[in-house]
Ligand binder design. Structure first.
Ligand code: DX5
Ligand code: ZN
Length: 219
């Protein structure tokens, strides 16, 4: 089953509860939470306090994308707040194997994120231990950016790597996903689709969610 994960980065936070309810009713599978610290990326968002509030609003799994320095210091806080999936950046974590185990021992699913310039094969030796590989399809830091075209080749490479090492991770794409790019990334083999602006900045949040969901469900 293909998974649609709306990113609340582009939501109206004065109406967060209602907006999450809309995407939930329209077929969203997970809620994607973008955590930024102003150091790893040039933007600041929110922390465990908001994740905990989101967890009270919805029963959907929470997919927490950590774009922060030293994520290992905060993993427990985010899992205590309700994170079901925690993803950390390959570029930031020196002891990646240890951090993946830390996430799993605390009861969540573990994911690794790679920036657009990080080779897919970099994750070869962690492949069999992770639940999720998040391929950034824009440079992290902001919503509403344009999809980077060579991401499609990178998805193919991730599919090949997964087969070669008999790994089981889901392949997630994040950034610039709209009703065009969701089709090409789905055809390339992606399993999980994060969408921020194309849902929350659209005129009709419910319709946009349903449309994206239909585009991945027909396969
Ligand atoms: C970007 C974030 C994304 C962002 C995607 O750094 O990781 O999750 O919300 O937003 P859109 O879908 O607007 O590109
Ligand atoms: Zn994200």
């Amino acid at each position: 089953m293909k998974i649609l994960a709306p990113s609340i980065l582009s939501a109206d936070f004065t109406n967060l509860s209602q907006q999450i309810r809309l995407v939930e009713m329209a077929g969203a599978d997970w809620i994607h939470c973008d955590i930024m610290d102003g150091h790893f990326v040039p933007n600041i968002t929110f922390g465990p306090f908001i994740v905990e509030a989101v967890n009270r609003i919805t029963d959907l799994p929470l997919d927490v994308h950590l774009m922060i320095e030293s994520p290992e210091l905060f993993i427990k806080d985010f899992i205590d707040a309700g994170a079901d999936f925690v993803t950390v950046h390959f570029e930031e974590v020196i002891h990646l194997n240890r951090v993946v185990y830390q996430i799993k021992e605390l009861g969540a699913k573990a994911g690794v994120v790679i920036n657009p310039s990080t080779p897919v094969h970099s994750i070869r030796d962690i492949a069999e231990y992770i639940d999720l590989l998040l391929i950034m399809t824009v440079n992290p830091g902001f919503g509403g950016q344009t999809f980077i075209p060579n991401s499609v080749r990178r998805i193919h490479e991730a599919v090949e790597l997964r087969e070669k090492f008999r790994a089981k991770f889901l392949i997630e794409v994040d950034g610039g996903i709209n009703n065009q790019t969701i089709k090409i990334t789905s055809e390339a083999g992606a399993d999980v689709f994060v969408a921020g602006a194309s849902i929350f900045k659209s005129e009709n949040i419910s319709a946009a969610t349903t449309e994206l969901k239909n585009l991945i469900s027909s396969k």
